[in-house]
Design a protein around this ligand. Structure first.
Ligand SMILES: [Zn+2]
Length: 221
């Protein structure tokens, strides 16, 4: 998985400040929060605030360990949760796409008028009501050309689509990994069962043999 994609995920949910955290947690497990604080040049409380925000969204998980040298206080260790991050980002992207689609549709279907002096924008209906003059400065309103805005929205939409495709591909890879791990666990379980059966078989065979020998020697006597 690309670290840039992860940064984009975390950024979309928590904002710029937490980007450095991604670099520290990427492809690692159980990173000590004091290490994170030191590397980010933040106080431990600022660091915890960021991490708890991420944790509220399920993007990181935490484990605690008692620190005997600190009188039994707990140290916190943080790990990125890739799967949750991807699922969360997928949601964010889908929502953004919907908003963009609606705003593009509105811009295509509605005519807007604008005051070139104040920059105030109104719908055609509103413009008609105020006689096509600006309520602030009295200047004539002009029909707004929003082809550029629509083009910008469409570009952004294409970018979201690209991100979404990448997120879906990463989710598919994780699903595959999980399925394989499940198969491995199942096979290991079956191997253990077969082994247990074999042990039982050998044990009961040995038991039968020893009773047989006991009987034999009893008859001899
Ligand atoms: Zn005006």
């Amino acid at each position: 998985m690309r670290i840039e994609l992860l940064k984009e995920i975390v950024n979309s949910i928590i904002g710029e400040k937490s980007k450095g955290i991604v670099e520290l947690l990427f492809e690692k497990e159980n990173v000590n929060e004091f290490v994170i604080a030191k590397k980010l040049n933040l106080t431990i409380n600022q660091t915890r605030n960021l991490l708890y925000k991420l944790s509220d969204e399920g993007l990181v998980s935490v484990s605690r360990k008692k620190n005997k040298s600190k009188g039994g206080w707990y140290d916190h260790f943080w790990t990125l949760n890739l799967e949750k991050s991807l699922l969360k980002f997928k949601e964010v992207l889908l929502k953004k796409k919907e908003t963009l689609m609606q705003s593009a549709a509105l811009k295509k279907s509605t005519r807007f008028y604008v005051c070139e002096t104040c920059g105030i924008e109104v719908t055609e209906e509103q413009a008609l009501m105020q006689d096509y003059t600006c309520q602030e400065c009295g200047q004539l309103l002009v029909l707004k050309d929003n082809t550029k805005e629509i083009a910008t929205i469409e570009k952004e939409y294409a970018h979201l689509d690209k991100d979404l495709a990448e997120v879906l591909a990463e989710i598919a890879i994780l699903d595959q990994k999980n399925a394989k791990a499940g198969q491995r666990r199942q096979k290991a379980f079956e191997r253990k069962k077969a082994k247990d059966r074999a042990i039982k078989r050998i044990a009961s065979a040995a038991k039968r043999k020893s009773t047989l020998e006991k009987n034999k020697s009893a008859k001899k006597k």
